[in-house]
Design a protein around this ligand. Structure first.
Ligand SMILES: Cc1ncc(C[n+]2csc(CCOP(=O)(O)OP(=O)(O)O)c2C)c(N)n1
Length: 329
């Protein structure tokens, strides 16, 4: 597939945005600047970026508890993401959602949920809305290997396949649900094999390779828009950090070895993409370094933005709690 230099450089920029953002979040969380859970996405950047760049801004995404990277991959505001984690009014949800609730409908980000697999039916419902209204948008949902065992996931896949809904089921197989390996909890060899039960394509993709993710998602988007129905994509990847900030590293040796972590770190998505850009003469090392430096400044600026944004006041308690009344047809 022919991919423009602009898109290839945007992949690099968005992956660096997520990497720097997550590193800053870890630093600021351990410094006690904000409280609450946060699930680092470091190591999985190519999955979100490759997939989201295959979408239009009018397409929808939904995520899960590990979703800082998804809105950033879709071009969402870095300031808004950081301020939301800080619980400030400048955040995506005016500081009332936090790390697991980054929603921005203006660019198709439906939001996330900490209830494992619960966004899968939400994205399927959005695809149903597109189908019923005769609209052109597709929806895509990110969920983990652990979530792929949940009933809501299978119910959604079945109906989506039956009704040929324009939805993409994107399983980010980072291989562990907290400390449980998918090899001990999933009956098939690959999560993508589950697609055959629902008569839809199941595609196993190297989740460290942004271009491979982009190509697989582009085909799934084409199918969805053509009315051919859903696709299950499995991006095989690895989470570098522990399940959640604040859990500590005490259990690391119990469920994955240092050798395994080191081996996956060698297949870092940013390194793979940068080396490819340089070896194919698309960009120089200096150009790639400049992208990283620019993004780092933006992320550092987002911390200042968050610190300077106020906490929501009690008067905002009931704002945005109910939908506007829907006019009768
Ligand atoms: C319905 C439900 N069950 C259990 C939990 C507790 N929990 C939070 S994250 C998680 C693991 C999810 O693993 P996976 O879907 O593979 O995503 P990952 O964390 O690996 O990205 C669990 C069990 C929950 N939040 N919701």
């Amino acid at each position: 597939m022919e991919i423009s230099k602009e898109t290839l450089m945007l992949m690099l920029r968005r992956m660096w945005t997520i990497r720097h953002f997550e590193e800053k979040v870890m630093e600021m969380h351990s410094a006690g600047e904000f409280a609450g859970g946060a699930h680092p996405y470091i190591g999985e950047e190519a999955v979100a970026v490759g997939a989201c760049l295959a979408l239009e801004s009018t397409d929808y995404i939904a995520g899960n508890h590990r979703s800082h990277g998804h809105p950033l991959a879709k071009g969402g505001s870095v300031n808004g993401a950081m301020a939301e984690l800080y619980g400030r009014v400048g955040g995506y949800c005016k500081g009332k959602g936090g790390s697991m609730h980054l929603a921005d409908f203006s660019i198709g980000i439906l939001g996330e949920s900490g209830i494992v697999a619960s966004s899968v039916p939400v994205a399927t419902g959005a695809a149903l809305a597109s189908h019923i209204r005769g609209e052109d948008f597709v929806s895509m949902v990110f969920f983990g290997d652990g979530a792929s065992n949940q009933g809501a996931c299978h119910e959604s896949m079945n109906l989506a396949a039956l009704w040929k809904l324009p939805v993409i089921f994107l399983c980010e197989n980072n291989q562990f649900a907290v400390t449980t390996s998918y090899r001990n909890s999933v009956a098939v060899e690959h999560i993508s094999d589950r697609a055959s039960a629902y008569n839809m394509p199941g595609v196993l993709v190297d989740g460290q390779d942004c271009i491979a993710m982009y190509e697989a998602t582009t085909e799934a988007v084409r199918r969805a828009r053509a009315g051919e129905g859903p696709t299950l994509i499995e991006g095989l990847t690895f989470r570098y950090e522990e399940h959640s900030l604040g859990l500590g590293r005490v259990r690391r040796g119990e469920y994955r070895t240092q050798e395994e972590i080191d081996a996956w770190r060698k297949r870092d998505p940013l390194v793979i993409h940068t080396e490819r850009l340089i070896s194919q003469g698309i960009a120089t090392q200096e150009e790639c370094d400049a992208v990283s430096a620019e993004v780092l400044k933006e992320v550092e600026g987002s911390v200042e933005f968050a610190r300077n944004s106020p906490f929501p006041g009690p008067e905002a308690l009931f704002e945005d709690m109910w939908a506007d009344e829907i006019p009768a047809p």
